[in-house]
Ligand binder design. Structure first.
Ligand SMILES: Nc1ncnc2c1ncn2[C@@H]1O[C@H](COP(=O)(O)OP(=O)(O)OP(=O)(O)O)[C@@H](O)[C@H]1O
Length: 434
């Protein structure tokens, strides 16, 4: 049933048929999935021959080959049975009927009921708020995956939920080190991911919150304020609500940051993924007297891949590569130059590594020299340096060379246009282009 608009149907598409000796057919029985990791050396092609399948909530068109880039990990799930063709080698693949999809879908259905109630209730600001779901749990518990499912199913039903990504280590909207949000109006593309053009992006600049906890909290608060402003004027976004993805850091300071996010975004439902008895206990205790916050513990899918630190590092690199060159190397990155006077680079937080607690929000100018090579800089919309922390960013550049003699900087940009602003933010994020 659709509460926010029309449902979509994917029956009619056709695509070119290509066969290679590596093409194999896979039959999936009802409520089962094939879990795949694409190898590092080559992409993988896949198409649906019969039946309906989805990748993390996004239904695939029948008979259309999709190309998945190296290292992508995903599951193709079917509710009623399906046949697929896979062209290429997989690093791993296995099918399973043991999935938590029924419980995940039932969460979606109850969120739709809440959205429906909001739609048919009075129009005042408080009673017209849709559900705000925050997903918490350990690293590799499937948080981002569940977020994608809830977003895609809601978008398929015609809603426009807002995705909030607080996971600076493995960001889903754009490059790592960002705190961002975007309205999701279409099911999430299984290859391209989330659209970036309407996103509100703040640059934290580090892939771990411990580098500057005060700044992390400040940016979370800033983003929440911006979304409240948007919700105040956009009834459709307001009633569709939010799905918030978090870092997989749930103890000590990480737990405090989760509490902070739950409160700042006024979450109505906290989904704890995995066997997190202590976390569930602590959250229930913390929100005992808040009847408008529900805590729910859901099973982690056994299909979620566990990613070691080197693999995570590689994924961060790939995420930056995707920003400049597209998911399947389908975009052009432009090499350009700028004069030293065209770029003012700043850091947030004084002497981060040595004195983490002192002046975490101080804006310090960075001398332009060879140390900038290999760094990723955010282009800030700030008009003045002191507005940097409260401003979103326009995008990112990657510094490839600094010519001290000619006073020129060479950088890579995803756009051929001139730089949209002069103020840049530097963090600790680097990229080793391959
Ligand atoms: N059922 C599944 N089958 C195959 N792969 C899956 C499945 N569920 C999740 N994955 C993959 O497992 C990896 C980890 O999942 P996900 O990113 O959702 O975890 P997470 O809890 O958000 O991790 P982190 O907090 O560390 O960023 C991802 O590459 C995801 O695509």
């Amino acid at each position: 049933m659709s509460y926010c608009g029309l449902s979509m149907n994917s029956d009619a598409a056709t695509g070119a048929t290509e066969f290679s000796p590596q093409v194999r057919r896979v039959t999936l029985e009802k409520q089962s999935e094939i879990r795949i990791q694409v190898p590092q050396i080559s992409p993988l092609k896949l198409r649906v021959l019969h039946g309906k399948v989805e990748i993390f909530g996004s239904e695939l068109l029948r008979n259309v080959w999709l190309t998945f880039p190296p290292l992508q990990q995903f599951a193709v799930f079917t509710w009623y049975g399906a046949t697929l063709e896979i062209d290429g080698v997989t690093e791993t693949d296995n099918t399973s009927v043991e999935t938590p999809m029924v419980s995940y879908l039932s969460i979606h259905n109850s969120l739709q009921v809440q959205r429906h109630r909001v739609t048919s209730s009075t129009r005042d600001y408080v009673s017209s708020q849709g559900p705000r779901v925050i997903i918490v749990g350990d690293t590799d518990s499937g948080k981002s995956t569940l977020a994608k499912m809830l977003l895609s199913w809601a978008a398929k039903d015609g809603c426009k939920p807002t995705f909030v990504d607080l996971n600076i280590g493995q960001s889903s909207i754009t490059i790592p080190g960002t705190i961002a949000a975007t309205s999701v109006e279409m099911p999430v593309d299984p290859v391209e991911g989330l659209p970036l053009h309407k996103a509100l992006v703040h640059y934290f600049g580090h892939n771990t919150a411990t580098n500057n906890v005060r700044l992390y909290k400040y940016l979370v608060e800033e983003l929440a304020r911006e979304l409240e402003e948007e919700f105040a004027i956009n009834a459709e976004s307001r009633r569709s609500g939010m799905v918030i993805d978090t870092m997989g850091w749930t103890s000590g300071l990480g737990y405090q940051l989760l509490l902070h996010a739950i409160r700042i975004f006024n979450a109505s439902l906290v989904i704890v993924l995995g066997q997190e008895t202590e976390l569930v206990y602590d959250l229930n205790k913390a929100f005992k007297f808040k009847k408008n916050v529900q805590i729910l513990n859901l099973e982690r899918s056994s299909g979620v891949f566990s990613r070691l630190s080197d693999f995570r590092k590689m994924l961060r690199n790939i995420s930056i590569q995707r920003y400049f060159s597209g998911a399947t190397n389908n975009l052009t990155a432009y090499t350009k130059t700028a004069k030293f006077t065209d770029m003012q680079v700043y850091r947030i937080g004084a002497l981060l590594e040595k004195s983490r607690s002192t002046e975490p929000l101080r804006i310090t100018p960075v001398l332009i020299d060879k140390d900038l090579v290999n760094t990723v800089l955010a282009i800030s919309y700030a008009k003045q340096p002191h507005h940097i922390i409260s401003s979103i960013v326009a995008g990112f550049v990657y510094i490839t060379d600094v010519d001290l003699g000619e006073e020129r900087i060479t950088y890579l940009s995803p756009s051929a246009a001139e730089l949209p602003a002069k103020i840049f933010i530097m963090g600790t994020l680097t990229w080793h282009k391959t």
